[in-house]
Design a protein around this ligand. Structure first.
Ligand code: 173
Length: 325
């Protein structure tokens, strides 16, 4: 039966083509994770970046988006990236101070990333990333968004005595210096802590409290905001070094576009959320004049003291690079 033999041969040939297709195309797949809930403000930039890479990657490179805190607890993302359990991560320094304490210093930048990339500050920090995390930063998404104290009870001066606040390493020294009792939780536990009255408030950036329903349990926002939130795309160095020039270019370009485009996005998100907070009945407690000055000075001085205490060599150098004149 020559006809049948011929069609078997055709199927075999087709199978052979299919079989060899993936390896001949040499598509590299990177595992990507976010430390913030999927589709919320701090993950959306990363999700857009992945879409871009996957569109342009076109059989050469792809990011397999594993997801958010349901897939991996936020405070474990740093170690997972260091060990190559994931290749690329969307995360903030405060979530991996267990890998290296200086990571939390990004919140203290008072110069734009574009300037830090030129003045040596970025490279200095990348030296620490390489040594302690086997990683480097592709893009910082947020750089002009301050943090605030959000409360369920009012205060009338910069004094948190008698209040218990939810923190991450971002806020620890500052809130304690103002007299608060603190309890560290991942963002995913904040709603329940507020609901049960376990905490009287929490630290968080200007935007994002609506994403997780916290506005329902929040009565006051304290102004002025302090520090500058940092959420970045970080990549494992071994994973990066395995990429060819073209694959690196696709990722680097998408990352540069992300860092650049987020500046407009974050300004819009912040203005939008401030208006929404007002409409939701969240009152502003605003410190002015000497109170505001003292509040901000305490914020920066206590945080730098904490970093320098943990890292006596790098801490003072980072302070020089990151601080305003
Ligand atoms: O409050 C937090 O969970 C936190 O540290 C953080 C950092 C950057 C952006 C958003 C939240």
């Amino acid at each position: 039966m020559p006809g049948l033999r011929k069609s078997w041969a055709a199927i075999a040939a087709l199978l052979a083509v299919c079989w060899t297709a993936p390896s001949s195309a040499q598509e590299v797949v990177l595992r990507g994770i976010t430390s913030f809930a999927e589709k919320t403000i701090n993950s959306r930039g990363f999700e857009g970046f992945i879409e871009k890479v996957n569109e342009r990657g076109n059989g050469k490179i792809r990011i397999n988006y594993i997801g958010g805190p349901k897939a991996m607890p936020p405070f474990e993302v740093g170690n997972a990236l260091k060990n190559g359990v994931v290749d690329i991560a969307n995360v903030t320094g405060a979530f991996y101070t267990n890998v290296f304490p200086e990571s939390d210093a990004w919140k203290l930048t008072q110069r734009p990333m574009a300037e830090l990339r030129k003045n040596g500050g970025f490279d200095y920090m990348m030296g620490i990333y390489k040594e302690k995390m086997n990683a480097f930063m592709l893009a910082r998404q947020f750089q002009n968004t301050p943090f605030h104290i959000y409360l369920t009870k009012p205060i009338d001066k910069p004094d948190l005595t008698g209040l218990k606040l939810r923190i991450t390493p971002v806020y620890r020294e500052f809130f304690q210096a103002l007299g608060a009792t603190v309890v560290q939780t991942a963002p995913g536990e904040v709603y329940t802590a507020l609901e049960r009255g376990v905490v009287d408030g929490y630290g968080w950036p200007t935007a994002g409290i609506f994403d997780l329903g916290w506005h329902e349990r929040t009565k006051y926002r304290v102004d002025p905001g302090f520090y500058r939130a940092e959420v970045s795309v970080i990549v494992n160095l071994n994973s990066w070094n395995k990429l060819n020039t073209e694959q690196k270019k696709i990722i680097s370009e998408a990352a540069a576009e992300l860092e650049e485009s987020m500046q407009k996005v974050e300004a819009e998100e912040n203005a939008g959320d401030l208006a929404k907070q007002k409409a939701a009945g969240i009152q502003t407690i605003e410190f002015k004049g000497p109170d505001a000055e003292k509040y901000l000075k305490t914020a920066y001085d206590t945080a730098w003291a904490g970093i320098i205490k943990q890292s006596p060599v790098h801490g003072p150098k980072l302070r020089e690079f990151f601080s305003a004149n």
